[in-house]
Design a protein around this ligand. Sequence first.
Ligand SMILES: C[S@@+](CC[C@H](N)C(=O)[O-])C[C@H]1O[C@@H](n2cnc3c(N)ncnc32)[C@H](O)[C@@H]1O
Length: 251
Amino acid sequence: MTFFVKKGTIIMYNYVLKRIFMKKNLLDERLFACAEFVRNQSVLADIGTDHAYLPVSLILDGKIDFALACDINAKPLEKAKETALKYGVEKQVSFRLCDGLNDIKEDEFSDLAVAGMGGEMIAKILDNCPYIKNEKYNLILQPMSKANILRKYLCENGFEILQEKAVISNRKIYSVINARFSGEVRESDLLFEYLGALQNKSDENAIAYKKKIKKSLVKKAKGILSADSENEQAKLILETAEKIEIQGEEK
Ligand SMILES: C[S@@+](CC[C@H](N)C(=O)[O-])C[C@H]1O[C@@H](n2cnc3c(N)ncnc32)[C@H](O)[C@@H]1O
């Protein structure tokens, strides 16, 4: 009996270790933060899945049981299939070759991840899918660039940013946005567009994000003002940069 219990415990221990190891290997900080925003036992549609690391890791972790791995290109989708096969979760993934959410039906998923693309592209994918304007969907959006354009789009199209996390991956800083449709359309302002929900955060990464944005806005504004000292847009950008409070730094 003791032998069986011990053997069972060792098998279970190895199984848990294997899963933790796999998960750690599959996700970088960026995708790890995306995974944290996915709801327990949801069905995830991962748009632009590439290797399908996010859905496969979430399935291995037991957080979700099923996912749609979607990509516009055939090669990444092949890689997605390879990953799922390698980890033995291929029956829990539906592979879709499609542009954005074009061929995905509205009742096929509850959580949506669009990660690793430019902010403009993410906004375009959302805009091309009218049914996504529904509070039932949990959106996890991770722009690699132009996060300001994505935040502006969200704000002006009735999406609310619920949470945002700054992460450092490959020595670069990114934001991971968790949003939901609320129907409340608001006029966005530059400070919101550049910092979103990171405005009031004071963790190390959020501070690094704010510093980076502040520096780039000052540079941009001063560049324009050096050629055109009366440029109103540049003045507004500079004003916005000055409003960015960096915790722990004197004003
Ligand atoms: C850089 S990879 C990101 C992979 C993964 N999501 C991540 O964050 O690490 C971008 C992927 O998005 C796919 N992609 C680009 N535009 C797309 C679109 N409109 N619809 C679906 N997939 C798209 C590309 O083929 C590529 O595989």
